[in-house]
Design a protein around this ligand. Structure first.
Ligand code: GLV
Ligand code: MN
Ligand code: MN
Length: 413
């Protein structure tokens, strides 16, 4: 089979998709179910239909584009990723897996390949947690990791529920219908940029992911007493921001002292009320994101935070409420799929690095219902979740080619 990737086309599609954005280029912001996201989805659907794929969209907006195999009833070989983007992001995170996946299918079609198992591109809804606080919404629902009832209750910062937002976006079906049947996938492979520096540092062409780290996230509300910044004496204060600052540093310290570089913790949002120069903060809201390859170490950080909340609340006389949004287990990738990827790398003479994904991905949740693996492409300086995120056309071409080879191997037997 003579597989050839149309690199010019993939790169121009990545550029075209980046134009659907609520930020000034080169930054990309594409939040789930905004008008911009809906336009990007329509564009994506049209690309899939042009490739002759049968497209269906489920009740939460997960989009499936299927190349029907010679045995249509056989379990599907899946690939894909997400096209939503956090505020001030770059244009490759998720997108490379979606457009690279589409091009891998087109390359197989051009080569005259005929799959036995259908090959299906999956564009997941809201891999990013920006709007509803929890990442991987689509894949959580697909895998039964989030119940439809709990999903319906999720709200955004404006008070809109996921249910309202999806219905307004035209996804009116029943969330009960989203979950995939066991055995739906024979295999699922996600192509993604590395989002870290190891491939570049070690001069390897591609990363073969063997394990995906375990993420957890919380929302913390601190309520103290507001007042005049001049008139209230220090001994009389219950400053919510000072209490939050202690908690934020406690999280940082817990991650730093875990004994492993694999423990990471981040406070990415901190809102202060009323937010005036001369007013003592009465309320603070912040988020905590903790990850580790080891579940016990990750959970230790969560326990340290809970204890810090208790102690700070008592000492400073402020109310602290920590709401755990998610605490997910890590995932192991399937040896057979990693094997198919490494065979493809060897066939084309591409060097590769077995690695752990420290970022989470929809594959983490699909792994609960199907064998998965991930293929990483280097990204410059390891930059991601920022506008200067960059993956070279050459590396995107290599990743897409290896993906196409692996999809061929997995779908023919
Ligand atoms: C995904 O975007 C992550 O935060 O790992
Ligand atoms: Mn991301
Ligand atoms: Mn991503």
């Amino acid at each position: 089979m003579n597989l050839a990737i149309d690199l010019e086309r993939v790169i121009s599609e990545i550029d075209a998709l980046s134009a659907f954005s609520d930020a000034e280029p080169p930054a990309v912001t594409r939040i789930v179910f905004t008008l911009t996201d809906l336009k990007a989805r329509a564009w994506m659907k049209a690309r899939c239909e042009q490739a002759g794929l049968a497209v269906r969209v489920d009740a939460v907006g997960n989009t499936f584009a299927r190349w029907i195999g010679s045995d249509p009833a056989a379990p599907v070989v899946g690939t894909g990723s997400h096209i939503d983007a956090i505020p001030n992001a770059g244009k490759y995170d998720g997108v490379v897996g979606v457009l690279g996946g589409l091009e891998a299918i087109r390359a197989l079609q051009r080569a005259g390949f005929r799959p036995k198992h259908s090959i299906e591109l999956l564009v997941f809804t809201s891999e990013e947690p920006t709007r509803f606080g929890v990442g991987c919404l689509g894949s959580r629902l697909l895998s039964g990791s989030l119940s439809p009832e709990d999903a319906e209750k999720l709200t955004d910062s404006q008070g809109a529920s996921l249910d309202q937002a999806r219905r307004q976006a035209g996804m009116t079906g029943d969330l009960d219908q989203v979950r995939l049947l066991n055995g739906y996938h024979k295999a699922f492979v996600e192509l993604h940029i590395e989002q870290g520096p190891l491939l570049e540092q070690q001069g390897k062409s591609l990363g073969l992911v063997e394990r995906i780290a375990a993420p957890a996230s919380l929302r913390v509300h601190v309520e103290g007493t507001g007042g005049h910044a001049g008139a209230v004496l220090m001994s009389q204060r219950q400053d919510a921001l000072c209490a939050a600052a202690e908690l934020i540093l406690a999280v940082e310290q817990a991650a730093r002292s875990s004994g492993s570089v694999d423990t990471v913790a981040t406070v990415g949002i901190c809102d202060v009320f009323p937010g005036a120069v001369n007013s003592i903060p009465s309320k603070v809201y912040f988020t905590v994101d903790v990850r580790d390859t080891d579940l016990q170490r990750r959970d230790r950080v969560l326990r340290v935070l809970n204890e810090a909340c208790r102690q700070t609340s008592a000492r400073r006389q402020v109310a602290v409420q920590a709401e755990l949004l998610n605490a997910d287990a890590p995932a192991d990738c399937a040896t057979a799929i990693v094997g198919a990827l490494s065979q493809a790398c060897k066939k084309h003479g591409f060097s590769f690095l077995p690695m752990t994904s420290r970022a989470y991905h929809d594959s983490l949740f699909i792994s609960r219902i199907a064998p998965v693996a991930m293929l990483f492409i280097p990204c410059r300086n390891g930059y991601s979740h920022r506008p200067d995120e960059y993956a070279s056309p050459e590396d995107i071409g290599k990743g897409t080619l290896v993906l196409a080879e692996a999809l061929a191997t997995l779908s023919c037997a």
